[in-house]
Write a protein that binds this ligand. Structure first.
Ligand code: ATP
Length: 239
């Protein structure tokens, strides 16, 4: 689905944040990026999305090199969806209006049909359809952010810390919504998470990043049961 090969990227000419990042995500997988603060997880997502162009290396999406393609083209034409960590819904707009923003490039009829599909998948959206997003809980807002990104039927969804700021109960609801979209719509998911153990439980594989490169990778199950990984990256918690 996506192959990232030796990507180098940074925000200023002097400093590389990604220092030769290589990873792959297969179609239909849920893959999580873990690692300490500042290791480059969000920067990698921004590079894949097209907010930041790599200095070198390649990003190949469904056999097409998209390294230099800007974000709006990836969303409109190449089947990419992106949910940023913050400011991911418009609080003063209703749920319907937020979803319409996601359907900006779609015809009115298709946009309407897609809103219905997503309201069936996530009933909370239908219940509050004409209420402002400011009336939603943190978890509900994350589900709305997910739905907005899903409007144009992306094939690859990038999620930056979907559980940020959520209670354990809301986290479970949001993770369930993520698994649902993979299971019911076949969307491939690459996400950044700080809640490492919970994220591994719902992932197929994970990459642990360190200082702009991949330190470790493996199946989620084997990472969770590796004592050294637990000690170093999962706070020493038992699986
Ligand atoms: N817009 C920016 N301009 C300049 N430097 C930035 C910018 N965004 C991030 N950085 C720097 O890039 C490095 C990697 O940041 P990034 O946000 O990718 O880390 P992260 O692994 O996602 O961290 P966290 O878990 O804290 O969100 C950090 O040193 C950060 O200060």
């Amino acid at each position: 689905m996506i192959e990232i090969d030796n990507v180098v990227a940074g925000y200023t000419a002097e400093v590389d944040i990604l220092k030769g990042m290589t990873l792959q995500v297969q179609r239909g997988e849920i893959v999580t990026l873990l690692g300490p603060n500042g290791c480059g997880k969000s920067t990698l997502l921004k590079s894949i999305a097209g907010f930041l162009r790599p200095r070198s290396g390649s990003i190949v999406l469904e056999s097409k090199d998209v390294s230099q393609v800007p974000v709006h083209q990836k969303i409109q034409k190449l089947g990419l969806g992106f949910v940023p960590q913050t400011e991911n819904v418009f609080s003063s707009l209703t749920i319907r209006e937020n979803m319409q923003v996601g359907g900006h490039f779609m015809s009115d009829a298709d946009c309407k049909q897609r809103m219905q599909e997503l309201c069936t998948l996530y009933p909370v959206l239908e219940r509050k359809f004409n209420a402002p997003a400011s009336s939603m809980s943190g978890g509900e807002r994350q589900i709305l952010a997910l739905a907005r990104a899903l409007m144009p039927r992306p094939r690859l969804l990038l999620l930056d810390e979907p559980s940020a700021g959520l209670s354990p109960k809301m986290l479970q609801e949001v993770f369930k919504a993520i698994v649902q979209v993979r299971d019911k719509e076949g969307v491939t998911i690459l996400m950044v998470e700080q809640n490492a153990m919970e994220a591994l439980r719902m992932s197929d594989r994970a990459y642990v990043l360190s200082m702009g490169t991949v330190a470790l990778t493996g199946a989620a199950n084997s990472l969770m049961s590796d004592p050294q990984v637990r000690e170093l990256y999962l706070g020493g918690r038992a699986a």
